[in-house]
Write a protein that binds this ligand. Structure first.
Ligand SMILES: Nc1ncnc2c1ncn2[C@@H]1O[C@H](COP(=O)(O)OP(=O)(O)OP(=O)(O)O)[C@@H](O)[C@H]1O
Ligand SMILES: [Mg+2]
Length: 263
């Protein structure tokens, strides 16, 4: 099982979109996948067309990470029954929601920060676990990093997002040195890239000079089809016109699955 946190210390750069794109790619290749919604906004739960949110949620599983509590917070996504060959491909969601906000405490104990790691140890049978993190370095993002093998940092090609990517890599380094020695950065993915904009090209070069091979290739282009697919809650791999984005997500997924991870 590979646990991959998708994070950035900046809002609106595309964490949820990248999580959904990777979930779509994992679904298309038939990987047993669990998506964990660590953001109280609940966007990835919405994007995965969860029909009915359970009364037990991730907030309960973090409070009491026993197997039966974790299992009752997991629901099938609305994508689960759409395997290309008609086969059932489980794509499940550990639903988040507003109750998670109460765990966003600055004084969170080490036990609280490790609760997600303990909860995921009870979520058996998945090959891939994707964590959609909230946009800041609070207890939820740190508990996500503490539970992960790899962290994927999402950055837009703009000054502020470049700074945030730098801070996010620093946070990965800190968590590796404290809560989770197995954590490694998978890389920085540039999202919403527009090749016609000199500013975007400049910022990608800047990211490459700062982070070298950690900047993933290809970059993810800005495409309205992504918003249409999200609006229809359909995987980008199944949405007409989504092929170039789907290929880019496949390349990131290949890299994530290729990288050694110790479970
Ligand atoms: N490559 C892209 N092309 C077009 N639109 C995009 C792209 N990536 C993201 N978006 C759009 O940008 C908006 C913000 O994206 P998203 O919600 O994924 O960001 P986020 O980092 O998860 O935000 P938050 O910090 O609030 O969790 C959404 O409307 C999404 O559809
Ligand atoms: Mg989000």
């Amino acid at each position: 099982m590979l646990v991959l946190a998708v994070c950035s210390l900046k809002g609106g750069v595309g964490k949820t979109s990248v999580t959904l794109g990777l979930a779509s790619g994992a679904h298309a290749r038939g990987l047993r996948t669990l998506v964990v919604d660590l953001d109280p906004q609940g966007d990835v739960t919405t994007g995965l067309a969860v029909a009915e949110e359970p009364s037990t949620t991730l907030a309960d599983a973090l409070e009491d990470p026993r197997a039966k509590v974790v299992r009752s917070a997991v629901v099938p996504s609305g994508w689960s029954w759409r395997g290309a060959d008609g086969a059932q491909v489980p794509l499940d969601v550990l639903t988040g929601g507003p109750a998670l906000a109460a765990r966003e405490r600055p004084d969170a104990s080490e036990k609280a920060l490790l609760a997600l790691s303990r909860a995921l140890a009870k979520a058996e049978g998945y090959e891939l676990v994707l964590l959609d993190c909230p946009p800041h370095l609070g207890a939820l993002t740190r508990s996500g990093l503490a539970a992960s093998d790899r962290a994927l940092i999402v950055a837009e090609p703009g000054l502020f997002a470049v700074n945030a990517a730098d801070r996010a890599l620093g946070a990965v380094h800190d968590v590796r040195g404290s809560l989770n020695p197995r954590l490694q950065p998978l890389g920085v993915v540039v999202n919403r890239f527009r090749s016609s904009l000199a500013e975007h090209r400049y910022r990608v070069e800047e990211l490459q000079s700062m982070f070298g091979p950690l900047v993933l290739s290809p970059v993810l282009p800005e495409r309205s089809v992504l918003q249409r697919a999200q609006g229809a809650t359909v995987p980008i791999h199944e949405y007409p016109g989504g092929r170039d984005l789907a290929r880019a997500f496949d390349a990131i997924l290949d890299r994530a699955l290729r990288a050694p991870h110790g479970r």
